[in-house]
Design a protein around this ligand. Structure first.
Ligand code: CP
Ligand code: NVA
Length: 335
């Protein structure tokens, strides 16, 4: 085992607000440079001869493709290990698996069920571990989401002056739907960046108290954090919101609860009518991490002019490049 404890990215709570800002800014500048045809000097061959193990216990389109493409951009090799490929979960413990895989690779990117699984991998790993989605968090999604918001709401459009951050202070996100992994990291990021977030979810599907504590305490040291509010009334959350966001009502692993959940979330579908009734800001935008199902958002919104979803999806690539740069190439020094 390496004598140097590596730094992991398990949740946005692991980052200071400056580091989150830096990861988003780096993602943005790499996007511009790589799209114009050149790979930034510090990334060119930065993972050459290195392997990134991708241990995925659940399906994935965006996280898998963006991570593999990001590793390739930096000249490395991404080794995809699906749930039927390795001994983990069937014939071998997390502890043994973590020691072995980290002894042969430069990073583990893991998609798991219970968050303790990725936390355990990290605890015993000699290389950085990046959470590719757990039941509690989705940090790579959050980095891509704030890149998307940064692009859609350039700070100059609000009279906030020259801020050293992303200039998102004062924006309001309305999350209408299930209180899940994507929301938890988005909320932590929002509060760290001075963005307000209002969550509407049905009774029985609100943020669990322990998670609420984690989200609210992640603002310690942040000079003007955003505020989190919760309601059961979608219109209340939507009032004056700049960005409407939702996700599936049935996350991976919750399939047995589908019927109950469909019933509970009735009236939570995001439509133009709901946005109007709730009084969203005139220029409101729509975001969704995908995959999407029509019950949580109507086609008119999802495929409409306010939708940022495909830009948001593409931004997963730039977020992955930025995270691998910070945690693997620069060994956890986010600069
Ligand atoms: N948003 C997201 O993580 O998508 P995948 O499940 O397809 O990776
Ligand atoms: N909340 C969803 C996100 C998928 C990217 C899930 O956990 O299945």
């Amino acid at each position: 085992i390496s004598p140097f404890a590596p730094r992991h990215l398990l949740s946005i709570a692991d980052l200071t607000s400056t580091e989150l800002t830096t990861l988003v800014r780096n993602a943005s500048s790499h996007k511009t440079e790589i799209k114009s045809g050149s790979v930034p000097k510090n990334l060119l061959g930065a993972l050459s001869g290195k392997t990134v193990a991708m241990m995925f216990n659940k399906r994935s389109t965006r996280t898998r493709v963006s991570t593999e493409a990001a590793v390739a951009t930096m000249g490395g090799h991404a080794m995809f290990l699906g749930k039927d490929d390795i001994q983990l979960g069937v014939n071998e413990s997390l502890y043994d698996t973590s020691l072995i895989i980290s002894s042969m690779t430069s990073c583990m990117v893991a998609r798991v069920g219970d968050h303790s699984e990725v936390a355990d991998l990290a605890k015993h790993s000699s290389v950085p571990v990046i959470n590719a989605l757990s039941n509690d968090y989705h940090p790579l999604q959050t980095i891509a989401d704030f890149l998307t918001i940064h692009e859609a709401f350039p700070s100059s459009s609000r009279s906030l002056g020259n801020t050293p951050g992303l200039g998102l202070e004062g924006l309001k996100i309305a999350w209408v739907g299930d209180s899940n992994n994507v929301l938890f990291d988005l909320a932590i990021g929002a509060l760290k960046l001075g963005v307000n977030i209002s969550v509407a979810s049905p009774k029985g599907f609100t943020i669990p108290p322990a998670m609420l504590d984690i989200i609210n305490s992640s603002t310690s040291g942040v000079s003007s954090p955003g505020k989190l509010t919760q309601t059961h009334v979608p219109e209340e959350a939507i009032k004056d919101a700049d960005i409407l966001v939702t996700d599936t009502w049935v996350s991976m692993g919750q399939e047995a609860e589908k019927v109950e959940r469909m019933r509970a979330f009735e009236g939570y579908q995001i439509t133009n009518k709901l946005a109007k009734r709730g009084g969203a800001k005139e220029g409101w935008k729509f975001m969704h991490c995908l995959p999407r199902h029509p019950e949580e958002v109507a086609d008119e919104v999802f495929y409409g002019p306010r939708s940022l979803v495909f830009q948001e999806g593409e931004n997963r690539l730039w977020a992955a490049i930025s995270a691998l740069e910070g945690f693997v190439v620069n060994k956890g020094k986010i600069v």
